[in-house]
Design a protein around this ligand. Structure first.
Ligand SMILES: [Zn+2]
Ligand SMILES: [Zn+2]
Length: 342
Protein backbone atom coordinates (compact mmCIF):
# COMPACT_ATOMS: atom_id res chain seq x y z
CA UNK A 1 0.00 0.00 0.00
CA UNK A 2 0.99 3.65 -0.38
CA UNK A 3 1.92 5.65 2.72
CA UNK A 4 3.51 9.00 3.54
CA UNK A 5 6.56 8.06 5.57
CA UNK A 6 9.10 9.90 7.68
CA UNK A 7 11.76 7.65 6.23
CA UNK A 8 14.91 9.56 7.17
CA UNK A 9 15.81 11.76 10.16
CA UNK A 10 15.93 14.97 8.13
CA UNK A 11 13.55 17.51 6.56
CA UNK A 12 10.94 16.04 4.23
CA UNK A 13 8.43 13.22 3.85
CA UNK A 14 8.43 10.40 1.33
CA UNK A 15 5.57 8.62 -0.46
CA UNK A 16 6.43 4.94 -0.30
CA UNK A 17 5.14 1.40 -0.74
CA UNK A 18 4.90 -0.26 2.67
CA UNK A 19 3.26 -3.53 3.80
CA UNK A 20 -0.42 -3.28 4.73
CA UNK A 21 -0.68 -3.72 8.55
CA UNK A 22 -2.64 -6.61 10.12
CA UNK A 23 -4.98 -5.72 12.99
CA UNK A 24 -4.17 -7.32 16.36
CA UNK A 25 -6.97 -9.13 18.27
CA UNK A 26 -8.35 -5.87 19.77
CA UNK A 27 -7.61 -3.67 16.78
CA UNK A 28 -9.40 -2.60 13.63
CA UNK A 29 -7.97 -2.12 10.16
CA UNK A 30 -9.25 1.16 8.68
CA UNK A 31 -9.33 2.03 5.00
CA UNK A 32 -8.59 5.76 4.99
CA UNK A 33 -10.81 7.99 2.84
CA UNK A 34 -9.70 11.44 3.95
CA UNK A 35 -6.94 12.67 6.23
CA UNK A 36 -6.10 16.18 7.39
CA UNK A 37 -2.69 17.76 7.92
CA UNK A 38 -2.02 18.98 11.45
CA UNK A 39 0.53 21.54 12.63
CA UNK A 40 2.21 18.57 14.31
CA UNK A 41 2.70 16.93 10.89
CA UNK A 42 4.33 20.13 9.68
CA UNK A 43 6.77 19.99 12.63
CA UNK A 44 7.55 16.40 11.62
CA UNK A 45 8.03 17.43 7.99
CA UNK A 46 10.36 20.24 8.98
CA UNK A 47 12.16 17.96 11.47
CA UNK A 48 12.35 20.57 14.21
CA UNK A 49 13.88 19.89 17.64
CA UNK A 50 10.58 18.52 19.02
CA UNK A 51 10.29 16.05 16.11
CA UNK A 52 13.93 15.04 16.46
CA UNK A 53 13.57 14.14 20.12
CA UNK A 54 10.13 12.51 19.75
CA UNK A 55 10.06 10.42 16.55
CA UNK A 56 11.86 7.24 15.57
CA UNK A 57 12.21 6.78 11.81
CA UNK A 58 10.91 5.19 9.68
CA UNK A 59 7.32 6.03 10.63
CA UNK A 60 4.03 6.44 8.74
CA UNK A 61 2.76 9.78 10.02
CA UNK A 62 -0.73 11.38 10.31
CA UNK A 63 -3.44 11.24 12.98
CA UNK A 64 -6.45 13.16 11.61
CA UNK A 65 -8.64 10.93 9.45
CA UNK A 66 -11.94 9.37 8.54
CA UNK A 67 -12.41 6.12 6.70
CA UNK A 68 -14.25 2.85 6.81
CA UNK A 69 -13.70 -0.29 8.81
CA UNK A 70 -11.92 -2.78 6.51
CA UNK A 71 -11.20 -5.66 8.90
CA UNK A 72 -11.89 -6.52 12.54
CA UNK A 73 -9.40 -8.07 14.96
CA UNK A 74 -10.47 -11.49 16.25
CA UNK A 75 -11.76 -10.11 19.58
CA UNK A 76 -13.65 -7.11 18.16
CA UNK A 77 -17.43 -7.45 18.01
CA UNK A 78 -18.60 -3.88 18.53
CA UNK A 79 -17.97 -2.59 14.99
CA UNK A 80 -18.90 -3.62 11.46
CA UNK A 81 -16.88 -3.89 8.28
CA UNK A 82 -17.81 -0.96 6.02
CA UNK A 83 -18.82 1.33 8.91
CA UNK A 84 -17.79 5.00 8.54
CA UNK A 85 -15.48 6.00 11.36
CA UNK A 86 -13.04 8.52 12.74
CA UNK A 87 -11.04 7.85 15.87
CA UNK A 88 -9.05 9.02 18.85
CA UNK A 89 -5.36 9.01 17.98
CA UNK A 90 -4.16 8.97 21.59
CA UNK A 91 -3.69 5.34 22.61
CA UNK A 92 -3.81 5.08 26.41
CA UNK A 93 -2.58 2.30 28.69
CA UNK A 94 -5.86 1.56 30.49
CA UNK A 95 -3.94 0.75 33.68
CA UNK A 96 -2.54 3.97 35.14
CA UNK A 97 -4.26 6.09 37.75
CA UNK A 98 -5.73 8.57 35.27
CA UNK A 99 -6.94 5.84 32.95
CA UNK A 100 -8.71 4.20 35.89
CA UNK A 101 -10.24 7.34 37.38
CA UNK A 102 -12.02 9.07 34.50
CA UNK A 103 -9.21 11.21 33.10
CA UNK A 104 -7.95 8.80 30.50
CA UNK A 105 -6.90 11.66 28.19
CA UNK A 106 -4.17 12.43 30.73
CA UNK A 107 -2.77 8.89 30.71
CA UNK A 108 0.87 8.90 31.74
CA UNK A 109 1.75 6.45 28.95
CA UNK A 110 -0.09 7.88 25.93
CA UNK A 111 1.11 6.70 22.52
CA UNK A 112 0.35 9.08 19.67
CA UNK A 113 -0.85 7.77 16.31
CA UNK A 114 1.57 9.00 13.65
CA UNK A 115 4.04 9.96 16.38
CA UNK A 116 4.92 6.86 18.40
CA UNK A 117 3.05 4.34 16.21
CA UNK A 118 2.20 4.21 12.51
CA UNK A 119 -0.37 6.79 11.48
CA UNK A 120 -3.17 7.39 9.02
CA UNK A 121 -1.38 8.98 6.04
CA UNK A 122 -1.71 5.63 4.30
CA UNK A 123 -4.28 3.60 2.42
CA UNK A 124 -4.81 1.51 5.57
CA UNK A 125 -3.81 1.73 9.22
CA UNK A 126 -4.75 0.03 12.49
CA UNK A 127 -6.30 1.49 15.64
CA UNK A 128 -7.46 -0.18 18.90
CA UNK A 129 -11.21 -0.82 18.58
CA UNK A 130 -11.95 1.27 21.68
CA UNK A 131 -10.38 4.31 19.96
CA UNK A 132 -12.58 3.98 16.88
CA UNK A 133 -15.46 6.46 16.80
CA UNK A 134 -18.39 5.64 14.48
CA UNK A 135 -19.63 8.69 12.57
CA UNK A 136 -23.32 9.50 12.40
CA UNK A 137 -24.87 10.41 9.03
CA UNK A 138 -24.99 14.07 10.12
CA UNK A 139 -21.19 14.22 9.87
CA UNK A 140 -19.95 14.14 6.29
CA UNK A 141 -16.58 12.69 5.31
CA UNK A 142 -14.90 16.12 5.33
CA UNK A 143 -15.90 16.90 8.89
CA UNK A 144 -15.12 13.33 9.92
CA UNK A 145 -11.53 13.92 8.85
CA UNK A 146 -11.10 16.89 11.21
CA UNK A 147 -12.64 15.40 14.37
CA UNK A 148 -9.25 15.40 16.08
CA UNK A 149 -8.59 19.18 15.91
CA UNK A 150 -12.29 19.95 16.25
CA UNK A 151 -12.14 17.91 19.45
CA UNK A 152 -9.27 20.10 20.70
CA UNK A 153 -11.48 23.11 20.04
CA UNK A 154 -14.53 21.61 21.77
CA UNK A 155 -12.46 20.44 24.74
CA UNK A 156 -10.99 23.93 25.15
CA UNK A 157 -14.20 25.87 24.54
CA UNK A 158 -16.33 23.75 26.86
CA UNK A 159 -13.83 23.78 29.73
CA UNK A 160 -15.58 26.78 31.29
CA UNK A 161 -19.06 28.27 31.36
CA UNK A 162 -19.51 30.49 28.29
CA UNK A 163 -23.17 31.44 28.48
CA UNK A 164 -23.58 35.20 28.23
CA UNK A 165 -19.85 35.72 28.72
CA UNK A 166 -17.24 37.71 26.82
CA UNK A 167 -14.61 35.43 25.33
CA UNK A 168 -11.11 36.13 24.02
CA UNK A 169 -9.37 33.63 21.73
CA UNK A 170 -5.72 34.37 20.90
CA UNK A 171 -4.76 32.61 17.67
CA UNK A 172 -7.10 32.31 14.66
CA UNK A 173 -5.72 29.06 13.30
CA UNK A 174 -8.20 26.27 12.55
CA UNK A 175 -8.59 25.24 16.21
CA UNK A 176 -9.05 28.85 17.38
CA UNK A 177 -11.67 29.44 14.70
CA UNK A 178 -13.53 26.23 15.53
CA UNK A 179 -13.45 27.15 19.24
CA UNK A 180 -14.93 30.53 18.30
CA UNK A 181 -17.77 28.81 16.44
CA UNK A 182 -18.43 26.55 19.43
CA UNK A 183 -18.37 29.47 21.89
CA UNK A 184 -20.82 31.45 19.78
CA UNK A 185 -23.10 28.43 19.36
CA UNK A 186 -23.02 27.78 23.11
CA UNK A 187 -24.22 31.26 24.03
CA UNK A 188 -21.20 33.51 24.48
CA UNK A 189 -22.08 37.20 24.34
CA UNK A 190 -18.94 38.36 22.52
CA UNK A 191 -16.24 36.24 20.92
CA UNK A 192 -13.12 38.27 20.18
CA UNK A 193 -10.27 36.63 18.29
CA UNK A 194 -6.75 37.93 17.64
CA UNK A 195 -3.97 36.90 15.27
CA UNK A 196 -1.03 38.46 13.48
CA UNK A 197 -1.84 36.74 10.16
CA UNK A 198 -4.19 38.78 7.92
CA UNK A 199 -5.34 35.66 6.03
CA UNK A 200 -6.51 34.05 9.23
CA UNK A 201 -8.28 37.21 10.36
CA UNK A 202 -9.96 37.30 6.95
CA UNK A 203 -11.10 33.69 7.38
CA UNK A 204 -12.41 34.54 10.86
CA UNK A 205 -14.50 37.36 9.39
CA UNK A 206 -15.74 35.09 6.60
CA UNK A 207 -16.86 32.39 9.02
CA UNK A 208 -18.91 34.99 10.86
CA UNK A 209 -18.65 33.50 14.36
CA UNK A 210 -16.65 36.31 15.97
CA UNK A 211 -17.74 39.71 17.25
CA UNK A 212 -14.35 41.05 16.21
CA UNK A 213 -11.21 39.67 14.58
CA UNK A 214 -8.34 41.91 15.68
CA UNK A 215 -4.84 42.26 14.27
CA UNK A 216 -2.52 41.56 17.20
CA UNK A 217 0.23 43.72 15.71
CA UNK A 218 0.24 47.07 17.54
CA UNK A 219 -2.93 46.09 19.36
CA UNK A 220 -4.25 48.06 22.31
CA UNK A 221 -6.49 45.22 23.39
CA UNK A 222 -8.13 46.89 26.38
CA UNK A 223 -9.06 49.91 24.26
CA UNK A 224 -10.53 47.68 21.55
CA UNK A 225 -12.51 45.73 24.14
CA UNK A 226 -13.95 48.95 25.54
CA UNK A 227 -14.94 50.00 22.02
CA UNK A 228 -16.87 46.73 21.75
CA UNK A 229 -18.68 47.43 25.01
CA UNK A 230 -16.65 44.87 26.95
CA UNK A 231 -15.99 46.93 30.07
CA UNK A 232 -15.63 44.24 32.73
CA UNK A 233 -12.78 42.40 31.06
CA UNK A 234 -12.71 38.93 29.59
CA UNK A 235 -14.46 36.12 31.47
CA UNK A 236 -12.98 33.19 29.53
CA UNK A 237 -9.70 33.25 27.60
CA UNK A 238 -8.54 30.53 25.22
CA UNK A 239 -4.85 30.74 24.34
CA UNK A 240 -4.37 29.00 20.97
CA UNK A 241 -1.34 30.79 19.52
CA UNK A 242 1.62 29.80 21.66
CA UNK A 243 2.67 33.45 21.52
CA UNK A 244 4.08 34.92 24.78
CA UNK A 245 2.84 38.39 23.75
CA UNK A 246 -0.68 37.03 23.17
CA UNK A 247 -0.68 35.36 26.58
CA UNK A 248 0.50 38.59 28.25
CA UNK A 249 -2.29 40.55 26.54
CA UNK A 250 -4.82 37.95 27.55
CA UNK A 251 -3.84 37.86 31.23
CA UNK A 252 -3.99 41.66 31.30
CA UNK A 253 -7.47 41.68 29.73
CA UNK A 254 -8.97 39.05 32.06
CA UNK A 255 -11.57 40.07 34.61
CA UNK A 256 -11.05 39.06 38.25
CA UNK A 257 -11.99 35.40 38.73
CA UNK A 258 -11.54 34.88 34.98
CA UNK A 259 -10.84 31.47 33.48
CA UNK A 260 -8.00 30.76 31.04
CA UNK A 261 -7.65 27.60 28.95
CA UNK A 262 -4.20 27.03 27.47
CA UNK A 263 -3.89 24.94 24.30
CA UNK A 264 -1.08 26.75 22.45
CA UNK A 265 2.42 25.50 23.22
CA UNK A 266 4.44 28.30 24.80
CA UNK A 267 8.24 28.41 24.71
CA UNK A 268 9.97 27.53 28.01
CA UNK A 269 11.37 31.08 28.10
CA UNK A 270 7.85 32.60 28.21
CA UNK A 271 7.59 35.18 30.97
CA UNK A 272 4.35 35.47 32.93
CA UNK A 273 3.20 38.37 35.08
CA UNK A 274 2.27 36.26 38.11
CA UNK A 275 0.75 39.27 39.87
CA UNK A 276 -2.08 39.22 37.34
CA UNK A 277 -2.81 35.58 38.08
CA UNK A 278 -2.55 35.85 41.86
CA UNK A 279 -4.26 39.18 42.50
CA UNK A 280 -7.05 38.64 39.98
CA UNK A 281 -7.57 35.09 41.21
CA UNK A 282 -7.38 33.69 37.67
CA UNK A 283 -7.98 30.02 36.99
CA UNK A 284 -5.62 28.38 34.49
CA UNK A 285 -6.23 25.04 32.82
CA UNK A 286 -3.93 23.23 30.38
CA UNK A 287 -5.73 21.41 27.58
CA UNK A 288 -4.37 18.20 26.14
CA UNK A 289 -6.15 16.21 23.46
CA UNK A 290 -9.78 15.33 23.86
CA UNK A 291 -11.59 13.85 26.86
CA UNK A 292 -12.28 10.19 26.14
CA UNK A 293 -14.89 10.04 25.09
CA UNK A 294 -16.94 12.90 26.41
CA UNK A 295 -15.46 15.38 23.94
CA UNK A 296 -16.25 13.01 21.04
CA UNK A 297 -19.82 12.76 22.21
CA UNK A 298 -20.07 16.55 22.54
CA UNK A 299 -18.65 17.23 19.09
CA UNK A 300 -20.87 14.71 17.40
CA UNK A 301 -23.92 16.23 19.09
CA UNK A 302 -22.87 19.82 18.32
CA UNK A 303 -22.58 18.94 14.62
CA UNK A 304 -25.87 17.03 14.67
CA UNK A 305 -27.43 20.10 16.27
CA UNK A 306 -26.40 22.28 13.35
CA UNK A 307 -23.02 23.75 14.28
CA UNK A 308 -21.34 24.65 10.99
CA UNK A 309 -17.55 24.40 10.84
CA UNK A 310 -17.21 23.31 7.19
CA UNK A 311 -15.77 26.70 6.20
CA UNK A 312 -12.59 25.87 8.09
CA UNK A 313 -11.52 23.42 5.34
CA UNK A 314 -9.82 25.45 2.61
CA UNK A 315 -7.62 23.06 0.60
CA UNK A 316 -7.92 19.53 -0.86
CA UNK A 317 -5.24 17.47 -2.56
CA UNK A 318 -4.93 13.86 -3.68
CA UNK A 319 -2.40 12.16 -1.40
CA UNK A 320 0.13 11.97 -4.22
CA UNK A 321 0.29 15.78 -4.04
CA UNK A 322 0.92 15.91 -0.29
CA UNK A 323 3.86 18.27 -0.87
CA UNK A 324 1.40 20.94 -2.05
CA UNK A 325 -0.69 20.40 1.06
CA UNK A 326 2.29 20.85 3.35
CA UNK A 327 3.34 23.93 1.40
CA UNK A 328 -0.14 25.43 1.88
CA UNK A 329 0.11 24.73 5.62
CA UNK A 330 3.58 26.26 5.84
CA UNK A 331 2.36 29.60 4.42
CA UNK A 332 -0.11 30.00 7.29
CA UNK A 333 -2.64 31.08 4.65
CA UNK A 334 -4.73 27.93 4.89
CA UNK A 335 -7.44 26.59 7.14
CA UNK A 336 -7.53 22.80 7.31
CA UNK A 337 -5.88 20.94 4.43
CA UNK A 338 -7.41 17.59 3.42
CA UNK A 339 -5.58 14.76 1.67
CA UNK A 340 -7.85 12.47 -0.37
CA UNK A 341 -7.00 8.78 -0.08
CA UNK A 342 -9.82 7.29 -2.15
ZN1 LIG B 1 -3.73 17.11 14.95
ZN1 LIG C 1 -2.94 5.17 31.33
Amino acid sequence: MKAIVKQYPKEGLWLQDVPCPKPGPNEVLIKVRKAAICGTDLHIYQWDSWAQKTLKTPLVIGHEFMGEVAELGSAVHSLKVGQRVSGEGHITCGKCRNCRTGTQHLCAHTQGTGIQRHGCFAEFFTLPAENVYPLSDAIDDELGAICDPFGNAVHTALSFDLVGEDILITGAGPIGLMAAAVAKRCGARNVVITDINPHRLQLAKKLGCCTAALDANDLNLKKELHALGINDGIAVGMEMSGSPAALADMLDAMQPNGKVALLGILAPSTKVDWDLIVFKGLHLKGIYGREMFRTWDQMQRLLEGGLDIGGIITHHYPYEEFEKGFAAMATGESGKVILEWS
